[in-house]
Write a protein that binds this ligand. Structure first.
Ligand SMILES: Nc1ncnc2c1ncn2[C@@H]1O[C@H](COP(=O)(O)OP(=O)(O)OP(=O)(O)O)[C@@H](O)[C@H]1O
Ligand SMILES: [Mg+2]
Length: 503
């Protein structure tokens, strides 16, 4: 007899429906799993057998074939344990097939039959709703992510016996109830904690307002990391749509406990991290740090210490807002739209250009040049704001006066976002930093004075066409923060102060 349950597999951040078919026929007892299973799926035979027996059910003494269809899609992980076990129980008429058709089911089984968490339940909930299923049967730990999708029943199950009893109608399990998302600003840091550093704070405000990338150079201990950590706190709260988008990535990465991702993520990969952990990929394709930072901030501390190949691979996400990874098993796409903040010391010892009473730079000119040259080129071209962050003087640090709060700054950022929303309502782009030549021409109108200054700057600083456009985009954001339609002299002057001077 052939019985069937429904489950899923993920391709990037999308779930695809998978049918779990079980055929139990006469022959030498044994269980085979077919349909491109990976080793975790193959091992599920042993877990399922133990779970069924330890839950008090007989394991059929038949030749059992488990088919995961469509057979050309790779099946990974442990999520098929529960649907396989249920299909086996149905094949020996312990369960009826009817109710099994109404649910998408996923769960890893322990040897005693307990149901443990799996990856990818959020995309599965989206798929199940689209395909018209009544609900989703999932481990308790995965309930919260599934609840982000409305209009589909989420049934949490603790073990195999409970699941079977529910499907047979012997017990009722009420669908989980949607909870209010309250932690949209669960930050334990605030801009007000930063003493001084007015230019840096202003630069972060502009970055947040126009979605510009930032690069900070300064000596050790000047507060670069501290500043970067506070960028998410001045960004607007995440929308429902953004919460689902980002949570989907965490779901397929298996970071269940962090879902829902309701406050903007801040990711800070180590300089020695592998390209795979930064960009994504690996044997069983996983999203990288750039995707975990989606809708939030990616902070590359000590940027000059990153491998060149890692920095080069940031080009695609910076340009397109997503990452594609090609494998024999298919092409995987992960969203990766983030604000990039880079930080670096000016040289290996850290004090070139920023000497203090104790420290003098001890590097040779060659060392200094080599250090910075690593981060020049393609990545720098995608960073609009370049600032230096000198150390705050010790006597200033004693100043007890509180700086402006993140909330206050955020209000101005939100206002600037609203201006841009109106400006780009008929366009694919959302922020000033994403403007191309056409939009720059249309939206960056300058006063005569401002234009003269810009042309003068082109001559005296030898600005390239690319930097010229970057300055226009940046001055557009600065003017937006000022609620000015036309870009004025002071806006251009400020934008010019953030230009790249290190190369
Ligand atoms: N402007 C500031 N206001 C308040 N505290 C500060 C400020 N600047 C530095 N500090 C203090 O100095 C510490 C070091 O700062 P931080 O780690 O951000 O420096 P950094 O520039 O990232 O240094 P490095 O180059 O070594 O990474 C902070 O934890 C904070 O306690
Ligand atoms: Mg630091």
């Amino acid at each position: 007899m052939v019985s069937k349950t429904w489950s899923f597999t993920t391709l990037g951040v999308e779930a695809v429906k998978v049918t779990v078919e079980v055929d139990a026929s006469r022959g030498l007892p044994g269980t085979t799993v077919v349909g491109l299973p990976d080793s975790a799926v193959k091992e599920s035979r042993e877990r399922v057998r133990a779970a069924i027996i330890n839950s008090g059910y007989p394991y059929p003494t038949k030749r059992i074939v488990v088919n995961l269809a469509p057979a050309d899609l790779k099946k990974e992980g442990t999520l098929y344990d529960l649907p396989i076990a249920l299909a086996i129980l149905a094949s020996s008429s312990i369960l009826s097939q009817d109710k099994l058709n109404e649910y998408v089911i996923a769960g890893e089984l322990g040897l005693k039959g307990e149901v443990n968490r799996v990856k990818g339940v959020l995309p599965a909930a989206i798929m199940a709703k689209k395909e018209g299923f009544k609900g989703l049967i999932v481990p308790p730990e995965n309930v919260e992510e599934a609840l982000l999708i409305e209009g589909i029943e989420i049934i949490p199950v603790k073990n195999l016996v409970e699941t079977a009893a529910f499907l047979n109608g012997d017990i009722q399990i009420p669908p989980a109830e949607k909870k209010e998302i309250y932690n949209r600003f669960s930050f334990n840091v605030d801009m007000s904690e930063i003493v001084g550093q007015y230019q840096a704070k202003r630069a972060l405000e502009i970055a947040a307002a126009g979605h510009h990338n930032v690069f900070m150079v300064g000596p050790p201990g000047s507060g670069k990391t501290m500043l970067a950590r506070r960028l998410p706190t001045i960004l607007p709260p995440m929308t429902e749509e953004e919460i689902v988008e980002t949570s989907k990535i965490y779901s397929v990465a298996g970071l269940t406990s962090e879902i829902p991702v309701a406050s903007r993520p801040f990711r800070s990969p180590h300089a020695l991290c592998s390209d795979v952990s930064l960009i994504g990929g690996g044997n069983s394709v996983k999203p990288g740090e750039v995707s975990l930072a989606h809708n939030g901030v990616l902070f590359l501390d000590e940027m000059a210490e990153f491998k060149r190949s890692a920095l080069e691979s940031l080009r695609q996400p910076l340009e397109d807002g997503f990452v594609t990874i090609s494998r024999a098993s298919g092409t995987y796409t992960f969203p990766a739209r983030f604000s990039l903040v880079g930080a670096s010391n000016p040289c290996p010892c850290g004090y070139y250009g920023f000497p203090d009473s104790v420290h003098q730079c001890t590097c040779s000119p060659h060392q200094i040049k080599k250090y910075m040259s690593k981060i020049s080129g393609p990545i720098m071209d995608r960073i609009d704001i370049h600032i230096t962050v000198p150390a705050v003087k010790p006597e200033e640090l004693k100043d007890k006066r509180e700086g402006e709060s993140s909330e206050k700054i955020r209000e101005r950022v939100i206002k600037a976002h609203e201006i841009q929303k109106k400006r780009f309502q008929n366009s694919k782009i959302k922020f000033n930093s994403q403007m191309g030549r056409k939009e720059i021409k249309q939206f960056c109108k300058l006063t005569q004075e401002a234009e003269n200054m810009l042309l003068q700057a082109v001559k005296s600083f030898g600005l390239s066409a690319r930097s010229f456009n970057r300055i226009l985009k940046l001055s557009r954001t600065i003017a937006d923060l000022d609620s000015c339609d036309t870009i004025e002299l002071k806006h251009i002057a400020e934008a010019l102060s953030y230009r790249e001077t290190t190369t």
